[in-house]
Design a protein around this ligand. Structure first.
Ligand code: VGL
Ligand code: ZN
Length: 220
């Protein structure tokens, strides 16, 4: 079977490894549905990359971050509040800067990654996507600089995988399309916060123009 058409030009393609961190894995406070299960496949992709550029994102919140339920008296994790004019889900404390749960998953070979981009560092604003923060107090979604980095490196296609499927990977993929990149979503190398969102997630990705694929599609 030929490689997926999105892989015709590996030198101008980047693999984005989104938030593969212990806090989103099986033992973590914000565990995805069997997040550990993506590790072997992600390791294989990192060892034999289908493209020339590897980028990792790292969710990296200051203690007391605005997205934590613990920062809002009377609220529980997974409640939704309004923040800066948009819905904000309140999460269990996770990925606090400098903690073990915020590290990139220790079982993966990060040495060869070109860029590690930290996000969610603004105490007052959440950041799901690797490309833009969520909405800030001024109603804007400031860019992280990732699109500029990729463009300067000549990238026109990105492939995304990681955690969580229905949050940071989805937002990253949608913003990638918005930034003008051809975008592939390696479905089986993602896991959601909840499978209840899988249908809506697939639908949203398709409407955005994201190509949903499987890791097997990347093999020669
Ligand atoms: C994420 C919720 C909060 C993610 C990050 O990586 O998907 N989800 N922060
Ligand atoms: Zn977060």
């Amino acid at each position: 079977m030929p490689r997926h058409e999105l892989l015709n030009d590996p030198d101008h393609t980047a693999l984005l490894l989104v938030d593969i961190q212990p806090d989103f894995m099986n033992a973590g406070p914000l565990a995805t549905a069997d997040g550990d299960a993506i590790i072997p496949g992600v390791r294989e992709l990192m060892q034999t990359p289908p493209c020339g550029i590897l980028v990792a994102t790292q969710d990296w919140h200051p203690a007391g971050h605005i997205s934590f339920a613990s920062s809002h008296e009377g609220h529980d994790p997974f409640d939704t509040i309004e923040l800066h004019g948009h819905d904000q889900v309140l999460w269990p404390d996770h990925c606090v800067q400098g903690t073990a749960g915020a590290e990139l998953a220790p079982s993966l070979p990060w040495d060869h990654v070109d860029l590690i981009l930290r996000k969610g560092c603004d105490p007052q604003v959440d950041s799901y996507s690797g490309f833009r923060n969520n909405w800030g107090p001024d109603g804007q979604r400031p860019a992280t600089g990732l699109a500029g980095y990729l463009r300067e490196r000549g990238v026109h296609t990105v492939l995304v995988c990681g955690l969580a499927r229905d949050v940071c990977v989805q937002w990253t993929a949608e913003d990638a399309v918005d930034a003008g990149f051809h975008t592939g979503f390696i479905w089986d190398l993602t896991r959601p916060v909840t499978h209840d969102n899988d249908d809506a997630c697939r639908q949203a990705l398709k409407s955005a123009g994201v190509h949903i694929m499987e890791a097997a599609d990347l093999k020669a």
